[in-house]
Ligand binder design. Structure first.
Ligand code: SF4
Length: 225
């Protein structure tokens, strides 16, 4: 397939986001939180787990763990009791206790807003740091989760596999002012239409802008002959 010139790809990326925005103007983060600490904890818990499941456990967790100090003085086993229906709960409980300790030791118990400082917190990678900083109004970012990774490939917006590389590609394609909403819209489209196993191309509003419309990943991978 001929390589798509950058200007054309940028125009197509903007058109995709415009269409998704028109269809889902309400797209926003689906994790429940009220404070910066609750946001970091919820995003950390959401790794390899649905937001719905996280939202089921956080009311009790946030009721009993209100500050970094609450996490810092808990044992992992105490935190586990609240989050045991969440994937990887043992690792996440350990990370939350350490997170509380590091927030107390290095940040006076507050959540930093810069992506670099967030990414150094226990259990917080570059993607989580990007999600948190952009929601706290820290830095513009286009963090790439599993849905955005899949959609970027299917939509031909990035052929790379590392989420950090894909973020670089997306940031080149869209103006900074569209990153925040673009991030939300691609996630919503991935959850509602462009499913990992069964994309519903017949009802996809960006189908005519998508080189993979109607072609499942399995068909794409199958060798010729
Ligand atoms: S056309 Fe199909 S593969 Fe392309 S974005 Fe829509 S649902 Fe996904």
């Amino acid at each position: 397939m001929a390589r798509e010139p950058l200007a054309e790809k940028q125009a197509r990326a903007r058109a995709i986001i415009d269409r998704l925005d028109a269809a889902m103007p309400e797209a926003e983060i689906e994790l429940d939180y009220e404070t910066p600490l609750e946001l970091v904890v919820a995003v950390l818990l959401s790794a390899q787990t649905t937001d719905k499941r996280v939202n089921l456990v956080t009311p009790a967790l946030f009721r009993d763990f209100r500050s970094a100090a609450d996490y810092a003085r808990a044992t992992p086993a105490e935190v586990e009791r609240y989050i045991k229906t969440v994937g990887l709960f043992r690792n996440k409980a350990r990370a939350l206790v350490k997170l509380g300790q590091v927030l107390l030791e290095r940040h006076g118990g507050e959540v930093p807003v810069s992506r670099a400082a967030l990414a150094e917190l226990p259990g917080v990678g570059n993607k989580t740091a990007g999600v948190v900083t952009m929601h706290l109004g820290g830095e513009p970012a286009f963090p790439v989760d599993t849905h955005i990774l899949r959609l970027s490939k299917r939509l031909g917006l990035s052929s790379r596999s590392d989420p950090d590389d894909v973020e670089v590609d997306l940031r080149r394609l869209l103006p900074e002012a569209r990153w925040f909403k673009g991030h939300q819209l691609l996630i919503w489209h991935g959850r509602r239409v462009c499913d990992a196993r069964a994309p519903e191309c017949h009802r996809c509003i960006v189908a005519e802008l998508c080189p993979r419309r109607g072609v499942s990943d399995r068909q794409v991978r199958r060798p010729a002959g």
